[in-house]
Design a protein around this ligand. Sequence first.
Ligand SMILES: Nc1ncnc2c1ncn2[C@@H]1O[C@H](COP(=O)(O)OP(=O)(O)O)[C@@H](O)[C@H]1O
Ligand SMILES: [Mg+2]
Length: 511
Amino acid sequence: MFINRRKELEELRRAAEMFRNGNPVPIAIVGLRRIGKTELIQKFREERMDILMPYLNIQGSVSSPEIFVQDFYISILEEVAANRNLSIQKAGSKKEVIISLSSALGDDFRRHSISFIQTIDSGDYNEMLKAAFRAPEEIAQFLKTKFIVCIDEFQDLEELNNFRFGDIFKIMRSICEKQKNSTYFVSGSVISFMEKLLKSPNEPFFNQFRQMSLSCFTKEDSFEMIKQLLSGIEIDEKEVLLIFKYTLGHPFYITAVCERIYLETDGAANEVLVNYAAVKETVDKNGKINLLFKYIFEESLKKAKRKGHLRTILLNIADQEGLTLTRIAESIKKPTGQVSNYMKSLLRTDIIFEHEKKYYFRDPLFRFWIAKTQLGKDIVLERDTMSADDYIRDLKEKYLRASTELGRAAETEAAFYLEKKFDIELGRYLKGNIEFDLVGEKDDRPYIFEIKWKTKAAGYSDIRKFLEKVKRSEFAGQNPELFILSRSGLTEQAENFAVKNKIHVLNPLVK
Ligand SMILES: Nc1ncnc2c1ncn2[C@@H]1O[C@H](COP(=O)(O)OP(=O)(O)O)[C@@H](O)[C@H]1O
Ligand SMILES: [Mg+2]
């Protein structure tokens, strides 16, 4: 099963097309862990025709430069072999694999690999890394083909810098930047690190890659995925929506929750079961989401010092998001200078991010996990005792509500109710530089909805901007019905102005 990602696949296709025409377009796919980066890369690789696409997940390859360069090289040979439908026994050491693969591929390969192995045997890390990064281009030239080398979990290359031969990214850049017959599609799940690597002017890869951010699924895609995963099981739209809300459209979370429902259902999935499945997967010691979070947490703090303080700070932010440095310093009774250093190492872990000098979790479900398991304590959840209820109440009312992701989830939820209310199909609208939250058509008239999720009441200028946007849009002459829905209501002035301009003011959703 592969759901959507049409836009992303199209972008990768266009990049490949430009590369074919002589202009390499390196791409970095960046997104949370388990959001679907590998799936996307593999899906794209299925379509490959004239361009070869070696694939290497380097997570298991960065324990030393020798291992990395050999795995890198083998991935290229394997791709050529696969392209020729050769299946070659791979036994023995990595060097033996290189020799048997390259011998099977012909003289050019054998010669190339002998010189490559000699470079490795020299023991010079710097030289062997250069040789590895030269390999795709050299092989592409004698094969008269092109390579898009796919490197998964690219940020892990940084590990190699522990070997003190220089900077791996600088070396890679110096070799790859002028290559015409090979380019790179990489993925990265440590968002803060990837963004620094790609966007900071001091970094060797500054402005070298086009960044593609992979985010959670929309409501529509999530619904499709949930329905496929639960096919054969009786489930109402309301419960499907609930699964979407708990998982925020994250494909791995959706999979985990649906699997749990499937395992425990008697043929139907009601609200009680959905609630239980969501909580069980997230906090129970055998839940898939719990195991993922535990792993992320342990990995993230592996290299950090002062773990005790970092844990306390995480618990504090989990309890109350949007804390400032001063507040955190007060609560752990440490000077702000010291806490500022702790915050820097927490930001490096990618678990939290900073916005306007306040700290937030990247993933609201992870925040819930931290608070409930107190950072990984084993919880055992039984189905028949109603212990899931407390968790669900908190999850709904505290953790999902406040999150920025929820802004989006809430918007799609609003769409869901508005569609029902007006018996109309609604979707986001973006044409040129005009964007509307929701647009549909009914009785030959456009229906346009402006949705505000601010915690502040919508004001006069919000309404004025909305009207101006409508005037500039293709709907201007079509007598559109206009609506505004604001979570925190409207100021009196805004409300009067809206009514005067025939904008319907909708009440925020009451649940
Ligand atoms: N487009 C998709 N369609 C269907 N399932 C998906 C999709 N993307 C991700 N998934 C599900 O989420 C899981 C995690 O995706 P993966 O690509 O391994 O994440 P990442 O590489 O970002 O860590 C997959 O095993 C799969 O079950
Ligand atoms: Mg992956």
